[in-house]
Design a protein around this ligand. Structure first.
Ligand SMILES: Cc1cc2nc3c(=O)[nH]c(=O)nc-3n(C[C@H](O)[C@H](O)[C@H](O)COP(=O)(O)OP(=O)(O)OC[C@H]3O[C@@H](n4cnc5c(N)ncnc54)[C@H](O)[C@@H]3O)c2cc1C
Length: 479
């Protein structure tokens, strides 16, 4: 270990930008065993491992790096999968530059240990070697849990609950499991067979999936409660935030997820009634988060004539991962910083131009975020055949959807839970993931799903213990 000062940092090779813009395949190649061991050897085995501290799952990173460096790959996989339901997915799509790698002690001066790529290597190797097997609980329990939402939060909770022998059914309105991992995040970041392989793994371990089932429409929330001993709401956030801008009513101004879901469905082989393609079009994407990055890079792959990303702050103050911006720039996306749409203009009812308002930074606001103000007199117009609105997401109105007005929400519409127990104000109803946290990350979905499952287990066990005591007391009273 500690080879960070003699072995240079090396990520797996990236495919050339012009090649990767031709398809939707992942852009990174795999490490070979020797390379993974060499890179793991760069870890400094810190007394306080900041990589682990800053990982939402508290992954035991230094230990699995050491095991990898020693070629003890099965043990490395066992440790990495003990705290993470989907290590190969986190290895691919976690913003490591903001989490583990961004906090790696050798990052400054030597370049971080390439933790994400090694995590992906360990897990892919484990699948190849046949070490990832369906699991069987030691004993079956009679209680069942209904999970609404087959995203990372719901699926991670399902793993933990099933391992303890509970009967688990996941309900999802879509025809495939995976949530945003299957229909939001594009293939070039996360190929879909990776998600489908985990769905199969959960199915083989006894988790039941009830797909094409919209809770609140196909089955009422009340009916679901009557079927299960506990419910976990893990429905994510899907309502697109919109702009209050003149011309929003024009055609061809579309929400990001509509575009990404259509693209992912086509990639999965589905035939769409109205396929949407950016081929030959001037595409303008509004937003600076990961969703905007996914839209610009998808448009490039659909052969758009030009792709421009408008973001109202600058590069240093954007919410998206720097790594993603670099990929996008390499692939030919033009970023226009400190710019926001002021109005959309159209021809024959379709958008044709975006009037852009210049902005400038104006010091930090109360939340520590750089504020912005418009710069007057510097507006200009750019051509646009399509505008994609990637300004983030908000929760649906769940009390209305579930016809359950008692369900308490936070001010921003997310579901209110008791911190630590993940329980809502309705007994036996828990919630986790984006629907509680607001739009976040897969790794937080996994972390919350796993913790919520532990809370459900504690709650069911204490209910069972109380029932047992009452039964014994009743028996004693009758004697
Ligand atoms: C375009 C995009 C790119 C992203 N890229 C990244 C990234 O690179 N890295 C990263 O870490 N995070 C990324 N994220 C964020 C990440 O995908 C989410 O934070 C994460 O998926 C949230 O998990 P979840 O389980 O809470 O919800 P979701 O993944 O949204 O899953 C919720 C599920 O609930 C189902 N559902 C909702 N309502 C109902 C209902 N009434 N009945 C039945 N089913 C229902 C939905 O169909 C869905 O399958 C991205 C998000 C988007 C939109």
């Amino acid at each position: 270990m500690l080879k960070f000062n003699v072995t240079p940092q090396a990520y797996p090779e990236k495919r050339k930008p012009e090649k990767r813009a031709e398809d939707f395949n992942e852009i990174y190649m795999e490490y070979a065993v020797q390379k993974a061991e060499e890179q793991a050897n760069r870890c400094s085995q810190c007394g306080i491992p900041f990589c682990q501290v800053h990982c939402p799952l508290q992954n035991n990173i230094p230990d699995w790096l050491k095991l990898t460096a020693e070629n003890r790959l099965q043990e490395a996989y066992e440790i990495s999968s003990a705290t993470n339901t989907f290590p190969e997915i986190c290895g691919r799509i976690c913003p490591q530059d903001r989490l583990c790698e961004g906090n790696c002690v050798v990052n400054k001066g030597f370049g971080a240990v390439t933790i994400g790529s090694i995590e992906k290597f360990i897990t892919e190797n484990a699948w190849e070697q046949g070490w990832v097997k369906p699991f069987a609980p030691k004993s079956e329990r009679k209680e069942s849990i209904g999970i609404i939402g087959a995203g990372p939060a719901g699926m991670a909770a399902a793993e933990m609950l099933r391992r303890q022998g509970y009967k688990v059914t996941i309900y999802d309105r879509y025809n495939r499991a995976g949530g945003l991992m299957i229909y939001g995040i594009p293939n070039f970041k996360l190929e879909k067979w990776v998600v489908e392989r985990r769905t199969e793994w959960l199915k083989s371990s006894g988790v039941k999936f009830n797909l094409n089932c919209d809770i609140g429409k196909d089955i009422s929330f009340k009916e679901l409660q009557s079927k299960h001993d506990a419910i976990l709401i893990a429905t994510g956030v899907y309502k697109a935030r919109t702009l209050e801008t003149t011309g929003m009513e024009l055609d061809n101004i579309i929400p990001a997820l509509q575009f990404l879901i259509a693209s992912n469905k086509i990639g999965l082989g589905d035939k769409l009634k109205e396929p949407m393609s950016m081929g030959g079009k001037h595409v303008v994407v509004v937003g600076g988060g990961d969703t905007a990055m996914d839209c610009v890079r998808t448009a490039i792959r659909q052969d758009a004539s030009s792709v421009t990303c408008l973001y109202r702050r600058d590069r240093d103050n954007m919410p998206g991962s720097r790594r993603e911006v670099n990929h996008a720039e390499e692939e030919g996306v033009k970023f226009v910083w400190l710019s926001a749409p002021k109005a959309f203009k159209g021809k024959a009812g379709k958008v044709s131009e975006v009037l852009v308002q210049r902005m400038r930074l104006n010091g930090k606001d109360a939340n520590g975020r750089e504020s912005i103000v418009p710069v007057e007199g510097e507006d200009y117009a750019i051509s646009a055949d399509i505008v994609i609105n990637a300004l983030g997401f908000e929760p649906e109105d769940l009390p209305a959807l579930f016809n359950e007005p008692r369900l308490k929400l936070n001010n921003n519409g997310t579901v209110k839970v008791t911190p630590g127990t993940f329980e809502t104000n309705i007994e036996g109803v828990f919630a986790a993931g984006d629907i509680v946290r607001g739009a976040s990350l897969v790794v937080w979905g996994i972390a919350d799903g796993r913790s919520a499952a532990q809370a459900i287990i504690s709650s069911l066990q204490s209910k069972a213990a109380i029932a047992q005591t009452q039964k014994q007391e009743g028996r004693r009273a009758r004697m």
